[in-house]
Design a protein around this ligand. Structure first.
Ligand SMILES: [Fe+2]
Ligand SMILES: [Fe+2]
Length: 273
């Protein structure tokens, strides 16, 4: 069983990076199931119904989100009923409080194998008020009977992500960090039991800042303005980040983790001729 996990897709250029890489990767690595983080897919903030449909059309099986999952509130009613959307398990938001805790984690059946996908928001340096990530995951894991359980741990702090994977090693199949948009070089298997990477990275503009337009990020982060971060058009250099998790088909034990960092060079009209 080979599972592909794709990092936060940022805006139009992120969608282009996905489109130009996905079918090649799926064929080359014999991917059975694909998860993508879609929290930034619609102009950098949230996910619209239109882009939800785009991801399904491209062959994504499960969509995790993150701290931006409520940015398109007008779509949320629809997402509550869509099986492919995985909402944050430990969110305290009033907008999803009517969705039972256990239903926020989703189970998918692939070749008779039960794959559970769960999204959790971290605590450190995050603005959102959340229920305790450890207690939330412990409650879920205690009732889990899946064969493979993949956690998207959406958090800022690397120490928090490492602590969580060691706390749950052997009880979950993988803890994949998201949110920082920068891929870390620490993809590994913890004690032969659980896949881990501190951050899988993003799909977006290679020459932006975390996928956003440089000047708008400098204004906000360096100069302290309260401006909106802009996303870029799709004509720049594209970055595609993901990890491939290979499991033993009988024991569902982790065999190999392969991180993908693919840069598509910009091609001008002359090169295309
Ligand atoms: Fe995020
Ligand atoms: Fe993100």
């Amino acid at each position: 069983m080979n599972i592909l996990f794709i990092g936060d897709i940022v805006g139009k250029i992120g969608r282009k990076a996905l489109k130009e890489n996905l079918s090649f990767i799926k064929n080359k690595y014999h991917i059975d199931f694909t998860i993508a983080n879609g929290e930034n897919i619609s102009n950098g903030r949230g996910i619209s119904l239109n882009h939800y449909n785009f991801l399904l059309d491209e062959g994504i099986d499960a969509i995790t989100l993150g701290n931006h999952y409520l940015d398109k509130k007008e779509e949320l009613e629809l997402f509550k009923n869509y099986d492919e959307i995985v909402l944050p398990l430990n969110s305290k938001s009033e907008y999803i409080e009517d969705i039972p805790f256990l239903k926020r984690s989703k189970e998918f059946i692939v070749n008779d194998i039960k794959i559970k996908v769960t999204s959790i928001l971290g605590k450190a340096f995050m603005k959102e008020e959340v229920n305790d990530p450890y207690l939330s995951l412990a409650t879920l894991v205690a009732k889990d009977n899946s064969d493979i359980h993949i956690i998207d741990y959406h958090a800022e702090a690397s120490g928090e992500k490492e602590a969580m994977v060691y706390a749950f090693k052997g009880e979950i199949s993988a803890l994949i960090g998201t949110h920082t948009h920068v891929q870390t070089k620490d993809a590994r298997i913890i004690d032969k039991e659980t896949f881990y990477i501190t951050d899988v990275g993003m799909c977006g503009d290679y020459n932006g800042i975390l996928g956003y337009e440089v000047d708008s990020v400098i204004k906000r982060q360096v100069l302290g303005k309260n401006n909106v971060l802009l996303t870029l058009k799709d004509d720049g250099v594209r970055l595609f980040n993901g990890v491939i998790l290979s499991f033993d088909d009988l024991s569902f034990k982790p065999l190999n983790i392969n991180s993908l960092y693919i840069v598509s060079e910009k091609r001008n009209k002359k090169e295309n001729n």
